[in-house]
Design a protein around this ligand. Sequence first.
Ligand SMILES: O=C(O)CCC(=O)C(=O)O
Ligand SMILES: [Fe+2]
Length: 390
Amino acid sequence: MSVSEPENIQKSPQKINSHNPVDLYQDYFQSPSTGRAHEEYAYQGLLPAFPNVFYGPAPVVEVHDRGLEAKTRWNGGRLAQRAGVKIIEITPAIGTEIIGLALNTLTEEEKAELAAMLAERGIVVIRDQPSFDVTQQTEFVSYFGPLHLHASSGVPAQGDLPHVHVVYKDSSKKAPPSAFSKLELWHADVSYERQPPGLTTFKVLTNPPSGGDTLFASAYAAYDNLSPALRNYVESLSALHSGLAQGGKDHLRHQRRPPIETVHPVVRVHPVTGWKCIFVDPASTRYIVGVPKAESDMILKYLFELVATGTESQARIKWNVNDVGIWDNRCVLHAGSFDFWPHTRHAIRVMAVAEKPLSVEDAAAAGINADSREAVEYKRRGWDRIETAN
Ligand SMILES: O=C(O)CCC(=O)C(=O)O
Ligand SMILES: [Fe+2]
């Protein structure tokens, strides 16, 4: 006698209900915040809007890295000589804080020093920039390269500011608990672009009384963590980065540019420092090209974990209103901490497009002497090796 299941038991629900963590995660990060700011809100015009326009694919653009013009290197060079400027290292591996410097007074020479400092330090926080408004921020970034135009993120509700990315959350939207255990919180911004942005500015307009820190991880340090044999192997690989989750058919926002997928080297060389870094990120990198899926999954998981759990090469930035964070999106990954509900947090991001990522081979062809950050640091200090416990 065969036993059949009673017909009234539904084997697979037709619709996954709203407790599905993936749905909650997508909804939190990809649907627009409704906005609870009221009319007296000072930055009403900079709340996010999602215009129904279409720009077409991003063009290939020529870029010149201002960091190559720096006359001095290592932690700010001449910037540190300005009267009243204080430069504070956050950790040896990553992050610098600058106090007493008005960004809109920088000379061209100082801008070059800043770009080189970003390439070395990954994230630089320039505290207290009340008069660096959205127009100045946009002009400042254009000095470093063509402005990046995002396919779907919120842009300011007022003014014609298509290159300005609005980061905004208020009490109308609470982060789902699932978001906090997601490796995918760690990312390099829009790494799926053919020329992903490098210099990225993030100005804090409204800050919650607590929470809302941003974490940064050094991708140079992630590379330095690998054994020589694994370094050689991953340097030979490339991986597919996908913008479909942000712009695919299931997206929740209007797409102003067609979604794109791009293959990039797994290890890229920064053109200013010549240092090698890991260039994969949990949010956008889908698979390593040309290797079995199981091997790709294993390698990516390991590289993602190195970045996300490597607390010795991370910096956690606590923001104040009017701070400007500037990071080099080529050599750091970052993760927001969505722990500030029911408070409002509002920031403005503007990014400069950088070069097509250089593999170790590309760098050699361009005459760049690529090496690990660690090796360059040892040489600079006159050490030939250091002892490490196994
Ligand atoms: O909100 C944050 O702290 C980070 C947001 C972010 O990932 C970005 O602006 O690129
Ligand atoms: Fe980001």
